[in-house]
Design a protein around this ligand. Structure first.
Ligand code: V1S
Ligand code: CA
Ligand code: ZN
Length: 374
């Protein structure tokens, strides 16, 4: 397997922002991931880049001027008034608080993904990584599900300036609704989200939702039940991706690596091990198409850092050289008592294996995709 030029976007300030005490989203996870990369000696093996922070004008390529202006102005003190008692922009406020520095945090996240897209588009990198990105729920005129600015939509719009077709793949436990909605009526972007579906946020992403107008067939949804294992996930992911590569022939791929699909996540309910999750990165790398990796969800912080560090090694193609025992690092005590890299799966029941659901799901998605062929 040949080498890949990997560009890694990281802003050392990103870990200092906090959504507030008790909120599940912890920007500190990017700092811990970075520390693991440093401890493993991986930073010397890729281009480390600090992107320019995205200005308001760049965000307005997708979001409304009114919403971007609001985000650029709001403070914890003015939030109630500027949102009309939380009736617009930040609904609900518990999910999407107006935390101090929210606009700068969004500028870092979006700036990284836009710069990553530019680097892929101009051919200076084969794989570009922005673990601060992946905020897939943000809508044109409002925040949703801990996401304020949709860095993924902005990155895809940037790629579309240079390439004809972009494939978006989303392995976060939640449906990638904001990205799907943004490109629902176009055949230039195919979105494919795998997620838990049924009595689960955000409630969208049914198998039958497949795009509209020119975009009919270009939205792909894989709605899982609780407890997906590595084998179940792989048995759908690989054939579905192979079929998409055949019928859609993307010129670039954006892979959202939300880590709440891992076993033991505080919000998720799937059962992937680190290796099962990272198989998606390894599989896409082998496709030899410009590839962007972004973060997303992930609420058991130590496991997010483990997985994104390992997936960075996968991007470099040196995962075989990674010591399964964690090297000493600034956050070493977080990894007690095992001090190992692996995130194991657990013994929860895979509800997808009941009543032939998994086989039905795979067959349905593959059937939909075969209808796209001329
Ligand atoms: N599941 C879940 C969940 N938990 C919370 C939450 C709980 C306590 C807090 F202090 C703040 C938030 N919110 C939710 C979900 C949103 C999940 C977002 C996932 C994001 C991602 O991983 O895909 C990408 C970064 N929100 C809801 O379920 C909405 C409510 C309906 C229930 C929770 N309450 C707090 C708000 C309304
Ligand atoms: Ca998903
Ligand atoms: Zn999620």
């Amino acid at each position: 397997m040949s080498k890949r030029r990997v560009a890694y976007y990281y802003d050392p300030d990103v870990g200092s922002y906090t959504y507030g005490v008790g909120h599940f989203m912890k920007p500190q996870r990017m700092r811990i991931t970075h520390e693991l990369l440093s401890a493993y000696g991986l930073l010397d093996k890729m281009h480390i880049l600090r992107a320019e922070r995205a200005p308001a004008e760049a965000m307005s390529r997708f979001h409304t001027d009114e919403y971007v202006h609001f985000l650029n102005t709001v403070t914890p003190e003015t939030a109630q008034e500027l949102t009309g008692n939380y009736s617009r922009f930040l609904v609900p406020a518990e999910d999407n608080p107006a935390f101090p520095g929210v606009f700068e945090f969004c500028s870092i996240s979006a700036g990284g993904s836009i710069a990553a897209a530019q680097r892929l588009a101009n051919g200076a990198a084969d794989i570009a990584v922005n673990w601060a990105g992946g905020l897939h729920h943000a809508k044109k005129r409002e925040a949703s599900g801990f996401c304020y600015i949709n860095d993924i939509v902005l990155a895809i719009l940037e790629l579309l300036r240079s390439v004809p077709r972009v494939l978006y793949i989303d392995i976060d436990c939640h449906h990638g609704d904001g990205v799907e909605e943004a490109f629902y009526t176009t055949d230039r972007v195919m979105t494919c989200s795998l997620h838990k579906y049924g009595d689960f946020f955000p409630g969208t992403g049914a198998l039958k939702d497949r795009g509209w107008g020119k975009g009919k067939g270009y939205a792909v949804n894989v709605p899982f039940r609780d407890g997906v294992t590595d084998d179940s996930f792989k048995s759908i992911f690989e054939p579905v991706i192979d079929k998409i590569m055949e019928v859609f022939r993307p010129s670039a791929v954006v892979l959202q690596c939300g880590a709440d699909s891992l076993a033991g996540d505080r919000l998720g309910c799937l059962n992937l091990s680190m290796h099962g999750h990272a198989n998606c990165v390894q599989y896409m790398r082998k496709k030899n198409v410009p590839l962007m990796l972004v973060g997303g969800g992930g609420y058991t912080v130590k496991n997010v850092a483990r997985t994104w560090a390992y997936e960075t090694a996968c991007a470099l193609g040196i995962e075989q050289e990674i010591d399964p025992l964690l090297p000493w690092n600034e956050y070493f005590e977080w990894f007690a008592p095992r001090y190992r890299l692996e995130v194991p799966s657990n013994n929860m029941t895979d509800m997808n294996l009941q009543d032939g659901y998994l086989d039905h799901l795979r067959a349905s998605v593959l059937q939909h995709l075969s209808e796209l062929q001329p």
